[in-house]
Design a protein around this ligand. Structure first.
Ligand code: FUB
Ligand code: ZN
Length: 622
């Protein structure tokens, strides 16, 4: 067997990577997140293959290679959906038994054959810019997504090569990357993409091939922003040079993909001004522009970040792609810094504004993730712009990557999840197993096995929301030191060690900054990392939108087996219901009639899987 080497990000040799990812082959995930992974492989990936065929996305490649004569179908950036699916399907091959692997492999081979056949002699590959549109190549970088699609191709090809060892798609991606490198640069055609994405892809291609020209090109594309080549607009993050950015503005996915790419460049080059810019952008987003779900991009108009504290609930945009991008950026910042605040945010967005994007059946999606609704917002099987659905198809199969990392003399646990991993620390083979139903309970039983007694650190994330995390090692309570959000356990480990972690999972009431005017005098309920909401289907006799919760009467948590949602936590609270008037405006009257009663809440990421009806996250306070 060859050395495990399948990384989503291979930054083992990146000078600024404090933490190193573990290869996917060394991690098995089998709990709450594992159920999403399994569904992605069994349902999402195969069903999306059919949709890619039925919506003409794969035919666009057949058309470009001259195999069929039809019109181009759909949006000009539809190639990217196929590439994202290839990336997710490639990772999926790792986790399945032979029969399923053969099925996935044959879908993948068919798609890859069509992609490769559509490539031009000179390496160019984009099915929109063929035939009569050929002369328009690279003429509208601000709007036409050629570099964006190229980025997704490169990422898909690297994933496919890493999983299968087959070079066909990788060679095509390299030919296209070389073509791009031949066109763009400071002394060639100047330009940068209206939709970032190519930057992180080129850095990964540098990591894969070791050819420094790809890193230089990525660096160039980041630094060429602000010179008007991508439209000069805030929307395309071309209004200022990257190093002068201070605020998260413009199109959220574009902004976040740029931050991911710039962090990747920093991981390799260590240019400190990159990191300073990224840190202040992160502060701006995490403290002033992010929903409690971890979702970002509050405006429909331009799918964009709003002003500071502009976080409307019903009109929240919070695109699923932006949640995925937020996770991806925080993961990169975590690799640089080993600071738990980034892993906290990964967890926050994952369990709330990201998993909300996919239905419990694995084949319906949200593009937009509001925090309040009148009952009209429903999951869809597909979208004309399918960016979010296919982004979920590529992201979910990469989940095992984010649970553990290692550093010179430590193994790190970032996410609690039934799982195990194997790696070498201090030259010794180490196996770590987590047995837990987290986030249903906060109890995590770990077994750490080493070949021979050896000294190293076990770094366990202490969620910032958990006051008092208890740890027992081999049945003894231990005192531990906290280092940037991680519990550091430093010792010589016996061959077998039992670690028990108890994370308090009490119901927590969260309020927002008073400048988020919509949330004044309201609270949101969390239990552990999970944000709850109230849906009409669990509360048929009350109006959830106007219910006022009374925190003094306490909350009860129940684990129930819901026919649609499966094993699910519900929170019961009580309060009162104001019997409101029907008029839009009327003379104020203080002595409103109130009716006491209860309210049931369900994890936000599970909403809209059952009967449609109003939903609310921020509850009025009694
Ligand atoms: O433009 C490509 C993708 O489509 C963006 O990332 C999404 O926001 C959607 O507009
Ligand atoms: Zn999207």
């Amino acid at each position: 067997m060859s050395e495990p080497s399948i990384f989503v990000l291979n930054c083992l040799n990146s000078p600024k990577a404090t933490l190193k990812p573990l290869p996917l082959e060394q991690v098995r995930v089998d709990g709450y997140l594992g159920s999403y992974l399994k569904k992605a492989i069994e349902v999402t990936i195969p069903s999306q293959y059919e949709l890619l065929e039925n919506t003409g996305r794969i035919d666009n490649f057949r058309r470009a290679s001259g195999k069929i004569k039809t019109d181009f179908q759909g949006y000009f950036f539809n190639d990217s959906d196929v590439y994202k699916w290839v990336e997710g399907c490639s990772y999926s091959l790792l986790y399945v038994e032979e029969e399923q692997r053969e099925k996935l492999q044959s879908m993948l081979n068919r798609v890859i054959e069509e992609i490769v056949a559509a490539q031009d002699e000179d390496g160019y590959l984009n099915t929109f810019f063929t035939f009569e549109k050929k002369s328009q190549r690279w003429t509208d970088l601000a709007n036409m997504h050629e570099l964006y699609c190229a980025g997704h191709l490169i990422q898909a090809a690297i994933a496919h090569y890493r999983v299968t060892g087959e070079r066909k798609l990788l060679e095509a991606a390299i030919r296209f990357a070389d073509h791009i490198d031949g066109v763009f640069g400071p002394s060639k055609k100047r330009g940068t993409s209206g939709h970032p994405e190519i930057e992180m892809a080129l850095v990964e291609l540098f990591r894969e091939t070791k050819d420094p020209k790809y890193l230089s090109l990525a660096n160039y594309f980041v630094l060429e922003r602000g010179n008007g080549f991508a439209g000069g607009r805030e929307y395309t993050v071309d209004h200022k040079p990257f190093l002068q950015l201070e605020e998260m503005t413009g199109h959220a996915v574009r902004m976040l993909y740029l931050c991911c790419g710039a962090t990747d460049v920093y991981l390799e080059t260590g240019q400190s001004d990159f990191f300073d810019t990224l840190s202040s952008l992160w502060e701006n987003m995490a403290t002033k522009k992010m929903y409690v779900t971890g979702g970002v991009g509050s405006r429909y108009e331009g799918e964009a970040f709003g002003e500071v504290y502009e976080l409307p609930n019903r009109r929240a945009y919070a695109e699923t792609c932006a949640a995925i991008a937020n996770f991806m950026w925080n993961y990169r910042m975590l690799l640089v810094t080993a600071d738990g605040k980034f892993a906290d945010l990964m967890e926050q967005v994952l369990y709330n504004g990201l998993l909300s994007g996919v239905s419990i059946d694995g084949k319906h999606y949200f593009y937009v993730n509001p925090l309040e609704d009148f009952g009209k917002h429903k999951r869809q099987e597909w979208f004309k712009c399918a960016c979010c659905s296919t982004n979920l198809a590529r992201f979910l199969p990469s989940l095992p990557s984010y649970i553990y990392t290692k550093s010179d003399n430590a193994i790190w646990v970032h996410l609690y999840e039934q799982s195990d991993c194997e790696t070498f620390i201090a030259g010794k083979k180490v196996k770590l197993t987590q047995t837990t139903d987290y986030p249903i309970s906060g109890l995590v039983e770990m077994t750490l096995t080493v070949e021979q007694p050896v000294r190293f650190d076990l770094m366990l994330r202490k969620p910032s929301w958990a006051e008092d995390v208890q740890i027992r090692i081999n049945n003894e309570q231990v005192k531990s030191e906290i280092q940037k959000g991680y519990i550091r356990i430093s010792r010589e480990w016996d061959r077998t060690n039992r670690i028990q972690l108890s994370i308090p999972m009490n119901v927590r009431l969260i309020e927002s900054h008073p400048y988020v005017r919509e949330n004044v005098n309201k609270v949101a309920l969390f239990r552990g990392p999970i944000l709850f909401c109230a849906e009409h289907v669990d509360n048929p006799n009350i109006d959830v939108l106007t219910f006022a919760v009374d925190p003094r009467s306490g909350f009860e948590v129940q684990l129930k087996n819901d026919p649609v949602l499966g094993k699910t936590l519900f929170i019961q609270g009580s309060g009162h219901h104001v019997l409101t008037h029907e008029q839009l405006y009327k003379e104020y009257f203080a002595g409103k009639e109130r009716k006491s009663g209860g309210i049931t809440l369900v994890p936000y990421h599970l909403w809209a899987n059952r009967e449609a009806g109003p939903m609310v996250v921020w509850l009025d306070l009694r």
